[in-house]
Design a protein around this ligand. Structure first.
Ligand SMILES: NC(=O)c1ccc[n+]([C@@H]2O[C@H](COP(=O)([O-])OP(=O)(O)OC[C@H]3O[C@@H](n4cnc5c(N)ncnc54)[C@H](O)[C@@H]3O)[C@@H](O)[C@H]2O)c1
Ligand SMILES: [Zn+2]
Length: 365
């Protein structure tokens, strides 16, 4: 078992990484103070795990209610916020309620947002069940839902009171979702840490094969890398922006193709390739760096370019709404790399330069 303590100026909490999480009763101690518990999950996770989770909670004598929503990105929506809040109100859940979000990033982001606004905020425990959510979305406190004008456009910064990561959940995860999670893992290497990037190059097949020791190390390392940055900048004002490497284009792609048609990881992969070409324009990274990035993404069965019917103007129209673009009139803001593991924030990038990088990325295949 590995434990990481997270300190923010708002609260402190533990991230536990452990096989057989549901045998670690100490992890569930915070529930003792809850008057009531609400489990939020999706249909896939409920079918696979809800029975076991319920019997565990009942053994500990916790009373709970379950709320199961349809799986899929399209459900990270206002409609579900309204639906879940109505259930909570109708059943008179008060401020002593603790939400347990069990599922991937969709469940985590949606439940986190609800926890942050329900009666001005109730506690939430995150139990992520996809690779992507275990290495990224379960911690750091970004919550949110999508809007037709943009991905994650409505949300809040709201920290969980605990995060429990059990890598054995990944045994039932479809391979496509493992690849999607690899995209964020690779992002940490590219944007933050050259040694970790080399480690991924050497161990990627073991991750795909779900070697439990390798998985545990990988998840731990990603959590450490992310939390170190997040603790310094929980509101994404400067240092944390680096974790958005490739995401401006990713969010545009997800919106353009329709939420859920490309996984978040697939979109991030194509977005990171565009950011790599944009980096080449400004920082002149070597062709070897570009091919290492492309090769690792292709090994993870991830796309190295965006949808073929998506043109530079389609990206531009969508990224104008991106949360990072505070002053589009004076140019775009982007995360670039100077080399693998060394990223910088660049302001005042011209629209034509972004279009050039997108075209380069699309044609280099
Ligand atoms: N808050 C953040 O900091 C942050 C960071 C990265 C990504 N995200 C968000 O996370 C979302 C993507 O998350 P995701 O990739 O986990 O997608 P997801 O939640 O849609 O899960 C992917 C699929 O796997 C299924 N599933 C989940 N666990 C399973 C299991 N153990 N076995 C079998 N099937 C399982 C789900 O039902 C779903 O069909 C996006 O909305 C993205 O924007 C948020
Ligand atoms: Zn992401």
């Amino acid at each position: 078992m590995k434990k990481i303590r997270v300190f923010t100026h708002k609260n402190k909490y533990s991230v536990i990484i452990s096989k057989n999480l549901f045998k670690k009763t100490s992890f569930f101690y915070p529930l003792i103070y809850a008057k009531s518990i609400v489990i939020i999950t999706d249909t896939n996770v409920a079918n696979l795990y809800l029975k076991n989770i319920k019997s565990f909670l009942l053994k500990l004598c916790f009373k709970y209610k379950q709320i199961i929503i349809e799986y899929g990105e399209i459900n990270k929506s206002f409609k579900n916020v309204n639906k879940i809040i109505s259930i909570l109100l109708k059943n008179r859940f008060n401020r002593n309620t603790i939400i347990i979000a069990i599922g991937g990033g969709v469940i985590g982001d949606l439940s986190g947002f609800i926890a942050s606004i329900y009666q001005r905020g109730i506690s939430i425990i995150q139990i992520p069940t996809t690779l992507l959510s275990q290495v990224d979305s379960c911690m750091g406190g970004k919550t949110g839902i999508n809007h037709i004008f943009g991905k994650n456009m409505i949300g809040s910064f709201y920290q969980p009171i605990a995060v429990g990561i059990d890598p054995t959940f990944l045994y039932t995860l479809p391979k496509k979702e493992i690849f999607s999670g690899l995209s964020e893992i690779i992002k940490y290497g590219i944007a933050l840490n050259p040694k970790f990037f080399s480690w991924i190059e050497n161990n990627i097949n073991n991750i795909i094969d779900l070697d439990i020791k390798i998985l545990q190390y990988c998840i731990y390392k990603c959590c450490k890398l992310k939390l170190k940055i997040v603790s310094k900048d929980i509101y994404d004002l400067k240092a944390r922006m680096i974790l958005n490497f490739g995401h401006t284009y990713a969010h545009a792609i997800e919106n353009f193709v329709g939420y859920g048609n490309w996984s978040h990881g697939e979109a991030v992969s194509a977005g990171m390739m565009i950011s790599t070409y944009l980096s080449k324009y400004f920082t002149n990274i070597s062709d070897l760096t570009i091919s290492r990035i492309r090769n690792i993404l292709l090994t993870a069965k991830l796309p190295d370019r965006g949808p073929l019917n998506m043109h530079p103007e389609n990206y531009i129209n969508l990224i104008k709404y991106d949360k990072k673009q505070l002053n589009v009139e004076s140019g775009f803001t982007e995360i670039l790399i100077k080399s693998i593991g060394k990223s910088i924030i660049k302001n005042n990038i011209k629209e034509s330069t972004i279009c050039f990088a997108i075209e380069q990325c699309q044609s280099k295949n």
